[in-house]
Ligand binder design. Structure first.
Ligand code: ACO
Length: 370
């Protein structure tokens, strides 16, 4: 038995949800470029869960359900009030999502209907939890969700207490479409491993949030913004990047395990970053990002991934840096839950083997003789 480090190249599941073939990303057979330009996030969530685009009536019903389910159990809001104000936002989200299960009477109902309903509940409640956490830590009360609007609109509304600008809604909606699913990425794999023991959907999503938190996965978008802020000015870019590359340190937002010729999602975020920069009158973060890309791609051949231009997009939308990865989760929960439903539909315990490389033939030595 020989291990493949990081399971690189290992095909670990069959799935009909999303595919990456020759660098092209599709959700249920629809090219991501087509969906990014034309679909709303709610249409995409429906597509991921049901395998087909919704009719107008089905979409209206989903939006109504999302509004109905978006109210978070008061006990969970009370718990969030007890979290340390400076706690890590992904740790807060992970803890709150785990708590949501305690107040859902069908949390352990494994029927197909209940699991699909819980997928919609999780999709509705993650944005509400993130917005509530963001307000509570500032000493503000959470804002009750709005009915009849999409996830992007409702999230910005619950975050600020004001109806957002349509340009901001469309930009966030597109970012949510682009992040919704991505084949067997680390967090999706974590969720499938968890539920393959026939554990519940909340446990699967909680595992996924834990996996998304790391800077090699979803945490990279926040790390990109930290880097842009640390660099600060155009003049500092070249020495900063050069130093990092010379020290063999990673530049956040570049490289990908699967895409070696570029992440198809990045160009949409780059375009959005440029447009939002113009609209807000601050193109600095965008221009700095372009310069970093020129240097990193020029010297290392590494291309930006989905996280790189997300950082300047979310900053232009006025979103605090440490909410970037929670926003990733707000979108990816659609994909996680679609994969969890798929795993349940044809389940087998996921239990690979390890190549043992430790000592052998050891003999027990009594504690007094060690
Ligand atoms: N900056 C500098 N060098 C890099 C980078 C980077 N961002 N990414 C890869 N490399 C280099 C490595 O140092 C390594 O070089 P070497 O062969 O000389 O040692 C080589 O490219 C291969 O890199 P690995 O880390 O082995 O590639 P792997 O497939 O394991 O990792 C990953 C992919 C984790 C995305 C990596 O590119 C990385 O750490 N990027 C920065 C973090 C990031 O942006 N993560 C978000 C990914 S997208 C997502 O999850 C949503």
């Amino acid at each position: 038995m020989t291990a493949t480090k990081g399971l690189e190249g290992i095909v670990a599941a069959s799935s009909s949800i999303s595919s990456i073939i020759d660098g092209v990303l599709t959700y249920r057979g629809y090219n991501i470029d087509d969906l990014a330009e034309n679909a709303t996030f709610e249409e995409v969530a429906y597509l991921l869960w049901h395998g087909k685009l919704p009719t107008q009536a089905e979409l209206d019903q989903l939006i109504a359900q999302l509004g109905e389910y978006a109210t978070v159990a008061p006990a969970v809001i009370e718990q969030i009030k007890l979290y340390p104000k400076d706690t890590n936002s992904m740790a807060a989200l992970r803890t709150a999502v785990s708590s949501l299960a305690l107040y859902d009477e069908e949390a352990n109902d494994m029927s197909v209907e209940a699991n699909l309903r819980k997928a919609v509940k999780l999709q509705a409640q993650l944005p509400a939890v993130v917005a509530a956490f963001a307000r509570i830590r500032q000493g503000l009360e959470p804002v009750a969700p709005k009915k009849g609007v999409g996830v992007a609109h409702n999230f910005l509304y619950m975050l600020t207490g004001k109806d957002p600008d349509p340009v901001a809604v469309r930009a966030l909606d597109k970012a949510l479409v682009l992040h919704a699913d991505h084949e067997l990425n680390a967090s999706t794999f974590a969720s499938r491993v968890t539920v393959a023991t026939l554990s519940d959907i909340y446990s699967g999503v909680t595992s996924a949030i834990g996996a998304l938190k790391g800077p090699l996965h979803g945490g990279a978008n926040e790390a990109v913004m930290a880097m842009l802020e640390e660099i600060g000015t155009m003049d500092n870019i070249e020495p900063y990047i050069q130093r990092k590359l010379n020290n063999k340190e990673k530049i956040m937002g570049f490289g990908h395990r699967v895409y070696k010729n570029g992440d198809p999602r990045a160009k949409h975020l780059q375009k959005m970053s440029a447009e939002l920069g113009k609209i807000t009158g601050n193109t600095t973060w965008y221009e700095m990002s372009v310069k970093i890309e020129e240097l990193v791609t020029g010297q290392k051949g590494l291309k930006p991934n989905v996280d790189f231009y997300s950082a300047s997009v979310y900053t232009s939308l006025g979103i605090p840096r440490d909410l970037f990865t929670p926003i990733f989760a707000i979108s990816r929960v659609s994909g996680w839950t679609a994969h969890i439903l798929e795993q349940y539909s044809d389940n087998r315990l996921i239990r690979p083997r390890a190549e043992y490389v430790g000592p052998t033939n050891q003999k027990y030595v009594p504690i007094g003789s060690r």
